[in-house]
Design a protein around this ligand. Structure first.
Ligand code: IVH
Length: 684
């Protein structure tokens, strides 16, 4: 018979050793054993626990590796009001605040200054000496239950030597250095700052995923359900003794520094209330040298009776103030959130905002990327948010400043808002996989005609939507095959507009092979890959033949093509639908062959020997270099000014002195319509 008592004792001892090792490593940064020794103990404990499930314990360190089970992060009510902080941006405002409170309290106040950690706010609830549950801040009254995820953070003790009920507020953060790595490795660099990545990680549905991220925490406020301690510094000391990570930069400003003497915080600094200004100025300097982000300092009144006397407003305590380093980005309200389906089927949630000015433009919409990003900032309709222009281009919602009525984050619908088919998760995004989804089809058409692709300017979004909805243009070839004269009689479609559409479609047939290929919008075959394919094979038939061999090595031989792109190339160019599309477009006359300079000169030289000057503005050639490119392609030469050597003047609207000179010299003048006929028929 096994000695079960001995085994239980061994299990308990292993747990104690691991807990101590975790604290020394993650809280005190002073390891007491090597990684190898630690792993040995950990594996031994795991083995014994698996063999003797009767000794299971929800607080065992082995529970910290996370699990694969989906936890839906249900909402739960907070036991305390999780208020936010009032803020100021200038030292003078801060000094005014101190003065006002001094007057109110009629005593010399004691002030504590702490770094304002730029992370994700959480509340830990302990009961009977163990972590009972952990909630996000949510709307201050209800938060999401993230207990399982929180347990993966090794610096948070699962058990403490204090049996009464206790709520502790803290901030989860990721160090600057880790942020770069992990954002790239797991998140496609979607997060613009460590704060959002930290929030995203603690909201993962699988705690095993949370465990992947290097999450840290600082605790900064204790709320005893049983009254115990009478000042904040003693609260912090108590938390530190219980094994919680407390930020070591504590500033204590008082005229009675007895308390200061017993502070166990490494970087504690003290002084009289007069010294606060200097401390803050100094901190603004060292801010960047800290390994984690802080966005300001929090100034708090130390004495808890004083705090009680000052009380709260609906949003914040009157006994604390955030001094923020940077003025805010633009702030606005989220009016609605819609999920858009792109041409590749990707579902992208977009926030419609109350329009606001930011760096010279009005912003009314901003992307919310995907569900992970939404969860990371916790945004929903009605929230006040701050927005930025990342890299000065794409507006992004950075942070929720004030929650509206909806405490939980927005949920992307489970079905495609356009065709209602179930959205399927692939990586971090949801996709509509239906082949007939009209948003995807329309998106493909819009991409095909867009400026960097076939550049059919006359088919703007509105026109294309109209043609699509009427069923005239459903697929790419329809753009070329539809008889546009059928539009006569529809509102807004007069002869001139119809001619313009026909002309710009005709001109698009001159686009080179590389552009035609990328404009098809095949996944992974963008401008860069199209260029590589065209440079290496110069003919669609060769690409199709190579793809039919279904050997990815053929394509990975191309410098710049990896395995997954090679597989994509094979999939596309063996797909009967794609092959049929290519065949149709070939028959229509689009370029599926790249001519070498020599071949080009031989095949399309009907303008060779002609010298052209271009003047005025054109409907179909904006900028007019587009016309110049076509002339050069057919062997013509472009001149800057009209002379007796000029063969043709291509003349648009509002032409000036060049036209007069050409008329004087008797140079043949060609108008836009005629030019289009010339390039269409390839004869002059
Ligand atoms: S005290 C009732 N102390 O800042 C007072 N907050 O903008 C509770 N924060 O929601 C807040 N570091 O998430 C406090 N040392 C610190 C903090 C801190 C970061 C966060 C906290 C709060 C937000 C307010």
């Amino acid at each position: 018979m096994e000695d079960l008592l001995k085994i239980e004792t061994e299990i308990i001892e292993l747990r104690q050793k691991i807990i101590l090792a975790d604290k020394s490593y993650f809280v005190d940064s002073d390891p007491i054993m090597t990684d190898l020794e630690y792993d040995k103990l950990f594996n031994k404990l795991k083995e014994l626990e698996e063999k003797y499930p009767q000794f299971d314990d929800k607080n065992s360190p082995t529970k910290r590796i996370g699990s694969d089970i989906d936890n839906s992060l249900p909402e739960k009510e907070h036991l305390i009001s999780v208020l936010s902080l009032d803020k100021c941006y200038s030292i003078n405002d801060l000094l005014d605040w101190i003065k006002k409170n001094n007057e109110k309290l009629q005593s010399n106040i004691e002030l504590v200054v702490e770094p304002k950690i730029d992370g994700a706010s959480v509340v830990l609830y302990y009961e009977n000496g163990s972590l009972s549950y952990a909630l996000t801040r949510g709307n201050g009254f209800f938060g999401n239950d993230i207990t399982e995820n929180i347990k993966t953070i090794r610096s948070i003790p699962l058990t403490i030597d204090y049996k009464e009920k206790l709520a502790i507020r803290g901030e989860i953060f990721i160090k600057k250095e880790d942020f770069k790595n992990f954002n790239e490795k797991y998140c496609d660099n979607m997060y613009s700052n460590p704060r959002n990545l930290a929030s995203g990680s603690i909201r993962r549905l699988k705690s095993k995923e949370t465990a992947l991220f290097p999450l840290n925490i600082f605790l900064y406020e204790a709320f005893f359900i049983e009254d115990k301690i009478n000042n904040h510094i003693d609260n912090l000391i108590f938390l530190k003794e219980m094994g919680f990570p407390i930020n070591s930069h504590i500033g204590f400003f008082t005229n009675n520094n007895e308390l200061f003497k017993k502070m166990p915080f490494k970087d504690a600094e003290g002084g009289t209330t007069e010294d606060i200004k200097e401390y803050i100025e100094k901190f603004s300097q060292i801010r960047n040298s800290l390994p984690y982000e802080i966005d300001g300092l929090v100034i708090k009144i130390n004495n808890l009776e004083d705090r009680e006397q000052l009380g709260f407003t609906q949003h914040h305590p009157r006994w604390a103030l955030a001094y923020k380093f940077d003025a805010p980005l633009a702030q606005t309200k989220v009016l609605s959130i819609v999920t858009q389906i792109g041409r590749g089927g990707r579902a992208t949630p977009v926030a419609n905002l109350d329009p606001v000015e930011l760096s010279g433009s009005t912003i009314a919409r901003a992307t919310l990327h995907n569900q992970d990003y939404i969860d990371s900032i916790g945004v929903n309709v009605g929230d006040w948010v701050s927005i930025s222009k990342r890299g000065d281009v794409i507006p992004a919602v950075e942070e929720v400043l004030e929650k509206g009525e909806l405490s939980s984050p927005y949920k992307i619908p489970q079905n495609c808002p356009s065709c209602n088919s179930v959205l399927v998760k692939d990586g971090a995004h949801l996709f509509c996989q239906s082949l007939d989804c009209s948003k995807k089809l329309l998106g493909t058409l819009q991409y095909f005609v867009s400026r960097d692709q076939m550049d059919i300017e006359s088919l703007g979004d509105k026109t294309l939507e109209f043609l699509f909805e009427k069923g005239f243009v459903k697929k790419i070839p329809d753009i070329y095959l539809f008889d546009y004269t059928k539009l006569i009689g529809f509102e807004g479609y007069k002869d001139r507009k119809i001619n313009k559409i026909k002309e710009s479609i005709e001109i698009s047939k001159n686009k080179d092979f590389k552009t035609v290929l990328s404009s098809l919008g095949l996944k992974d075959i963008g401008g860069k890959v199209s260029e590589l394919l065209v440079d290496n094979y110069s003919d669609i038939d060769v690409i199709i033949e190579k793809a039919s061999q279904k050997n990815i090595e053929i394509f990975t031989l191309i410098d710049g093509v990896g395995e997954s792109i090679a597989q994509s190339i094979i999939n596309h160019f063996t797909n009967p639908n794609v092959l049929e599309l290519i065949q149709k477009l070939k028959e229509i006359g689009l370029n599926f062959k790249q001519y070498s300079k020599k071949e080009e000169n031989q095949s399309n030289i009907f303008l060779s020997g002609t010298k052209w000057v271009i003047t005025g503005s054109f409907d179909n050639f904006k900028p007019r270099e587009k016309a110049a490119d076509i002339i050069k392609k057919f062997g013509g030469e472009i001149m800057d000014s009209v002379s007796s050597k000029t063969t043709y003047l291509l003349c648009g609207e509002d032409a000036g002195s060049k036209l007069t000179k050409a008329q004087t010299l008797g140079v043949k003048i060609i108008k836009e319509d005629e030019f289009i006929r010339i390039i269409k028929e390839e004869k002059i």
